[in-house]
Write a protein that binds this ligand. Sequence first.
Ligand code: SF4
Length: 328
Amino acid sequence: MSGLSESVQGRILEWYDVEARDLPWRSDPDPWAVLVSEFVLQQTQMKVGLAHWYRMMERFPTIESMAAAPVEDVLEAWQGCGYYARARNLHALSVEIVSRKPPSLPSNPRDLQNLPGIGPYTSAAVSSIAFGYPVAAVDGNIRRIHARISAEERPKDRDTQTWADESLYRNRPGDWNQALMELGATVCTPRRPLCGRCPAEDVCLAVKTDEPTKFPASRKRNSKRIEGHALVIRTPFGIHLTKRKGSRLGGLWGVPITEDPKGIDVLCDNHHVEKHRSVGRVRHAFSHRDWNLEVWVAERNDGGLDPASVPISKLDERILETAGWIRA
Ligand code: SF4
């Protein structure tokens, strides 16, 4: 199918000009502010993501300020945003940019994609919003709008990209990409689309089926279920925490965990505790893994630190809360 006609583009932009949410990087699309918003808001609801964006920008108002900070500080400020690999990439990206002459973000999507953590979507969003580069950004919202307008249950990614490219309003590419995303986030929502308020209703094929939510068909999520144990060792000085390794939680601090459903005794032996008691379970889904951990508490007299003094993941935060820890 071809892209949206000029008259539909016009209606969508008119709608956007009136209805767009007032977001801080929209009135002043400073490249760093836009980039941070794209990293923070991925797979996060706007309301929650906005609070995180303010926190990150307050702590690291410029790319130079982040580059000068140790990655641990970035991970600490990132707490609650999930997917810590993104925080590590953002830090690596800032270091890379600051080492260049001049130390500024590239404006075109091809060069942006050579930086850590930037894929096709983020590069297109940043270059169009911050630099006015005419490139279509395709996120989940735009995929959904395309599927619905064309009444395709399973549109191929390359067809959606072609549709987005052909629909791009090249005179205002940043506003156009944000307008479609905004439409997907506030009107053409996954479960309850507000078709009566949609500026594209007259060209939408899904709305004519009376069941627009059928489009697109949901993609199956292949999650690995993990049944294991988490051991919270309390001491007079705090809680035993160690720095995690690996791509998912690397750089964050956490309590000992085993993914072996029968592994609690080995975990206790390895950490030199004899008595332990179960205090509950934590279920937590992230990074294609469904964690179901039994939380145990034990005591020791040595070591330990205050969990608030180091960056910890949401998973560890929930484990500690189950064990009675409350963030001050
Ligand atoms: S008419 Fe309804 S289903 Fe179609 S694009 Fe608009 S909100 Fe989505």
